[in-house]
Design a protein around this ligand. Structure first.
Ligand code: ASP
Ligand code: MG
Length: 459
């Protein structure tokens, strides 16, 4: 049995749905589908939540648009009036609940992570209801399941939850297997689960890839296919490097590093639930189902030129914590970590010396993180800076740590462009080396590295 995930772009409009339906019809194996919200809906919900805290004006506008958008897809793709009416009723029931929650928020002006998670889950709830009817109308027996009701149990972090895999493995199959036995394709909501008290928790923005992997783990699937509107992982971002090529195979760890470094193909946590049973993950393009895409599995292939991809992340900031003895102070890193964690800030990476601790964090967290650490200035810590004009560039490939001369090749390529490197991390990961440069150096740095490692590779 396979798990197939279709993201918002695969459910965007009539044309995308038609491709998705074509793929489902050619698939003979029993399958479980995990779906995102229809393209753009989660963004609308997020914007409305922000606005609703201060005024109720935008609520009606959003719910009207959400109704209209789902109704348009339904009538574009289904012709049977009874099916349309039944589906509209079910959608309407959810939209009314969503509306009530948004008005509740506007009246109380109080936003809790719990309420945020609940409201944000509606995009996926509407999407599976709509998609079940559309697929049925095209001859695919389908039934939707909402992930907070079928044992997708998580911890209590409402906006960045982690799945509790052993519990899911115990609970989920009893909800899914009876449908499969009857030849029905279950359509499960991505993006959210519920804590042990049944309260909705989100896995974070763009996390339905991770949901799909959690579900693949829970059902001991033979494989997970993630269908996108791109071919798969590339040797570099094609927008920056037009001659970049598709990568056919990656290991779990290579894919995780590439995702962390901003290749927006996959949610960075997707491989976690797959590693235990070596469930292979394949990324495919709905518009080009004939090409194989990128396969991600436990096998590590060492290429002759080692580097498989050059990635970058523009959304980072560096917090620099300086002082003559920061390296001596016991517990300083844990104190920094705790202070940032209480503000919900995730540290991507730490590079330290005796006199300076450099933290890589998300750029949106820069100011809050900077403020949160001010209390630590105690003599040993003298200054804290936040640098918001730097980017991280990474070279990823198995064998990188063991290959002599590789660092020289990377940094010679950068030096030849007269680019100054602000910081380097080498050897922390077995499969990735990364460094930091100023924003304007991004494009020349990525291109220089790509040329150094791929100049002779044919498309
Ligand atoms: N709909 C959610 C989001 O946009 C989850 C996802 O698409 O992966 O964040
Ligand atoms: Mg999305």
């Amino acid at each position: 049995m396979k798990v197939l995930k279709f993201g918002g772009a695969s459910l965007k409009d009539k044309a995308a749905y038609k491709e998705t339906i074509r793929i489902l019809k050619t698939e003979k194996e029993p399958k479980v589908l995990v779906l995102s919200a229809i393209y753009g809906i989660t963004d609308w919900l997020e914007t409305t939540i922000r606005a609703a805290r201060h005024s109720e004006q935008s609520i009606e506008n959003t719910t009207t648009r959400i109704r209209a958008w789902h109704a348009k897809l339904l009538t574009d793709l289904v012709s049977d009036p009874t099916m349309i009416a039944d589906c509209m009723n079910e959608l309407e029931e959810r939209v009314q609940k969503l509306e009530r929650l948004l008005y509740g928020l506007a009246y109380t002006e109080e936003m809790t992570p719990q309420l945020y998670a609940l409201i944000m889950s509606f995009g996926e709830r509407l999407s599976v209801i709509l998609s079940a009817t559309i697929f049925q109308a095209h001859g695919i027996p389908a039934q939707y399941l909402e992930s907070d009701r079928i044992g997708i149990v998580t911890n209590d972090f409402f906006t960045s939850a982690t799945a509790i895999l052993p519990v899911i493995r115990k609970k989920l199959p009893s909800h899914v297997k009876p449908l499969l036995e009857k030849g029905i394709t279950p359509l499960i909501t991505g993006f959210f689960g519920a804590n042990k008290d049944g309260k909705v928790t989100l896995f974070g923005r763009n996390s339905s890839d991770y949901s799909a992997a959690v579900i693949a783990h829970g059902l001991r699937a033979d494989s997970l296919e993630i269908w996108k509107d791109v071919d798969g992982f590339m040797s570099a971002d094609p927008k920056l490097v037009p001659e970049s090529t598709l990568i056919e195979k990656l290991s779990y760890y290579e894919a995780a590093e590439l995702s962390y470094f901003g290749a927006k193909i996959l949610h960075p946590r997707t491989v976690e639930p797959l590693i235990h049973d070596s469930i292979p993950l394949i990324i495919r393009n709905i518009y080009r189902p004939d090409i194989p895409g990128t396969e991600i599995c436990a096998n590590e292939i060492v290429k002759k030129t080692i580097i498989k991809s050059v990635a970058y992340n523009k959304n980072i900031s560096v917090l620099r914590i300086k002082g003559p003895g920061v390296g001596y102070k016991p517990g300083v890193i844990s104190e920094i970590g705790t202070r940032l964690a209480t503000c919900g800030i995730n540290i991507y990476s730490i590079i330290t010396s005796q006199t300076c601790i450099n933290l890589l964090i998300d750029r949106k967290d820069s100011k809050v993180g900077y403020k949160a650490l001010q209390v630590l200035k105690d003599g040993l810590i003298e200054t804290i800076e936040h640098c918001d004009d730097e980017v991280v560039v990474a070279a990823v490939g198995a064998g990188l740590k063991q290959t002599p001369g590789l660092a020289a090749k990377i940094f010679n390529a950068i030096a030849a462009q007269q680019i100054n490197i602000e910081m380097i991390s080498l050897g922390a990961s077995d499969v990735a080396t990364y460094f930091i440069v100023k924003d304007p150096c991004l494009i020349p740095a990525v291109n220089a590295l790509h040329t150094a490692f791929f100049a002779n590779v044919k498309k």
